[in-house]
Write a protein that binds this ligand. Sequence first.
Ligand code: SF4
Length: 423
Amino acid sequence: MNQQEAERSAVDPDEWPTMEVVKQALADPHWRPVPFYQFIIKLHGRCNLSCDYCYMYELADQSWRGKPVAMTQETIDQAARRIGEHIRAHNELSRVEVILHGGEPLLAGPSTLAYAATAFRNAATARSPVTLTMQTNGVLLDDNVLPVLREHHIRVGVSVDGDREGHDRHRRYADGRGSYDLVMRGLERLRRPAYRDLFAGVLCTVDTANDPIDVYEALLACSPPMINFLLPHGNWNEPPPGRGEDPGSTPHADWLIQIFDRWYDTAPPPTRIFLFEEIMTLILGGTGRSETVGLGAAGIIVIETDGTFELVDSLKSSFEGAPATGLDIFNNSLDDALLHPGVVARQRGSAALCDTCLACPIHKICGGGYYPHRYRVGSGFLNPSVYCADLTRLIGHIGQRMARDIEALKERTSDANTAAAAR
Ligand code: SF4
């Protein structure tokens, strides 16, 4: 895509990121676009639940109404061709993740799942195998679909918000019935020996109305190999639930810290917690893999049911049309999408942070927070996260706990060295 085409595909030419971000990146001799490595495939565009916080259906962007209900085989084939083309154009990619998503991807049915899995696996090369994952609400994890997931080695992440009370507070059917019992039944099936290795983990959206330790223990009872916590979506114009009026308050950090302390003080840890591990890695100077903290380049693209390329769909919480790129798999390559301002902005590291974040002592760890949470009408995404105070407190707390342990380790090492020298 040339610069003119990129300009036409920008969502809002007045709000950051504008085409200026692309021009600056292209003028930077040290910058190269990072090829996409994570492809979120919207296999089915509707959901059998009606969770009240869902960014797909309940927040600002309502574009799902004009899109096909499900991806056709023709669209699946073309998406797979584009991914294969991208792998080859970039001399093989060490990491290629296809995430089957929705809506609810299990509504696509076993035969479509099998078809899509085969098509996307065929996009792989010997040096760039494709891993397949699915993010589901878990309700339809039954004996019809599990053998298909097994056959095609599709790993499964399940959304669970805690115990029955916490989970059913939001994750309900349109008629108000909770989904907890059916999700627990689905998880029981997934944990059977024949499928256990397909269980990727649980994703929990934080709700400060729930007791954090009750939520943590309920999630541990699901025996997940990994837990991830998601902050509820919102921005400076539409603050997330539970943030409150006081910009200095830290309700979400206070909630997460109670879980962090319980997890960190348990040896060995009962499971992995992705958000905490990422922050700890970044504090130690390592390279993170998360798109919610740190300054790593995000190589993520969404392919919608109609074949359009979209930016991450949590942007739907910002404004109508926020994730749109104006590009699609039938007329554009994935390389075209790499030069969209919304993609470039997430691949520029500290060069894409606002002045407040740049001056912040923890910006290399925080990374300005999750991109959709930075939105403010007028300045777009060039702002600190609406969770700035929470991120400062959470990262500070984890850093202090680690610093105390590192100090103690240094003392023990020094004592051991002294004892060895005296022998
Ligand atoms: S969002 Fe806040 S804590 Fe994060 S880098 Fe920006 S100023 Fe620092």
